[in-house]
Design a protein around this ligand. Structure first.
Ligand SMILES: [Zn+2]
Ligand SMILES: [Zn+2]
Length: 223
């Protein structure tokens, strides 16, 4: 399951992804626990429009009235209308089934974001376009915390660290270039969209090892 994040500071609350359908209650409880409410939520940021990230978008948008920020290419994913091709058709099938059984509801993107945009949330978040997993897939970099939220570019899932697999990638050829772009930021912490333990330092090390592994494999292939 993906990990939605609730980013809070004195200026308010920002939601980063909204989890799989059914997670809305947990997100609302988290907001409640930090002493905030629906009116404190200033924005809902989406890394991408897969069901496990946009699953409660409609419900949380209605509850908070906050605008949705995402790359414009993600509207087709949010709507369940993306034309999957190649190995990613498996993803398309899973998305369609998931949406049918959970009675998923889509929502509109209010603010379209692009690479380099500076968003005035959580002390400043810079949009980092990291295409591959989906075409409009974006990460968010916090300069204040020197932390990159990297979405599903790579994940820690079922005790494995892996780059976005082909069946879950709209453009698999863009995954590695995006990983290099994320790595080049040199952030102290990296937090992916799926992980087991919330240990940003360990996740950072895992990302570095994964990059070295892929780089090594590519070098061998070139020779
Ligand atoms: Zn995901
Ligand atoms: Zn995804």
């Amino acid at each position: 399951m993906s990990v939605p994040h609730v980013l809070a500071d004195a200026d308010g609350v920002v939601l980063l992804d909204t989890g799989f359908p059914g997670d809305a209650g947990r997100i609302r409880r988290t907001i409640d626990q930090i002493g905030a409410g629906a009116k404190d939520v200033r924005a809902i940021l989406l890394t991408h429009g897969h069901i496990d990230h946009a699953g409660n978008l409609a419900e949380l948008k209605e509850w908070t009235g906050a605008p949705v920020y995402a790359h414009r290419s993600e509207q087709a994913h949010i709507d369940g209308k993306f034309p999957y091709t190649g190995a990613a058709q498996v993803c398309g099938m899973l998305e369609a089934v998931g949406r049918a059984v959970t009675r998923y509801r889509p929502a509109r993107i209010d603010v379209e974001i692009e690479d380099g945009d500076e968003l005035p949330f959580w002390g400043g978040l810079k949009v980092v376009h990291l295409p591959g997993h989906t075409l409009g897939h974006c990460g968010f970099y916090s300069k204040r915390h020197d932390l990159l939220f990297s979405g599903d570019l790579w994940v820690r899932f079922m005790m494995r660290t892996q780059a976005s697999p082909r069946i879950f990638s709209d453009a698999p050829e863009l995954v590695w270039p995006s990983m290099r772009k994320a790595r080049a930021i040199g952030a102290r912490w990296i937090v992916p969209g799926h992980y087991d333990f919330p240990n940003a330092s360990r996740l950072r090390t895992r990302f570095e090892r994964l990059c070295e592994e892929i780089e090594g494999r590519k070098r061998v292939t070139v020779i």
